[in-house]
Each structure stands twice: as structure tokens, then as C-alpha cells.
Design a protein around this ligand. Structure first.
Ligand SMILES: [Zn+2]
Length: 60
């Protein structure tokens, strides 16, 4: 199980996302960014993806 607290990358965001894999996390985060953070691109920028990957924790 992978866990990502969006507030680690986007201060003030309280969303915590839990999925089974890191690739799934990026897909879910993309949708979250589109809905919650005004992302208008179909994909997040590479540097943002890198920051999210660095912030993903492995949860039990
Ligand atoms: Zn967020």
C-alpha cells in the first residue's frame, strides 16, 4: 500500500491518497490535481511528479 499526503507537496491541501502502486498513485494524483488544484493539463509536470514520488510513503 502506498500513501501520499498531498500537503507534503502542496501546502494546505489535506488530501491523503492511498493506492496499491506508485504508478496508480501518479494517475490518481493527476485527477486530484485537476479537480482540487486547477491543473488543466492532461499530465502533471515532470518536476511535480518527481516531488510526489519523493513524498510517497509505503504504508502497512
Ligand atoms: Zn491536493
Amino acid at each position: 500500500m502506498k500513501e501520499y499526503a498531498c500537503g507534503d507537496v502542496v501546502p494546505g491541501c489535506g488530501a491523503v491518497i492511498r493506492v496499491d502502486s506508485e504508478d496508480e498513485m501518479i494517475a490518481v494524483c493527476t485527477v486530484h490535481a485537476q479537480h482540487a488544484h486547477g491543473l488543466t493539463e492532461p499530465q502533471m509536470a515532470d518536476d511535480l511528479i518527481a516531488r510526489i514520488r519523493a513524498a510517497i510513503h509505503t504504508a502497512a
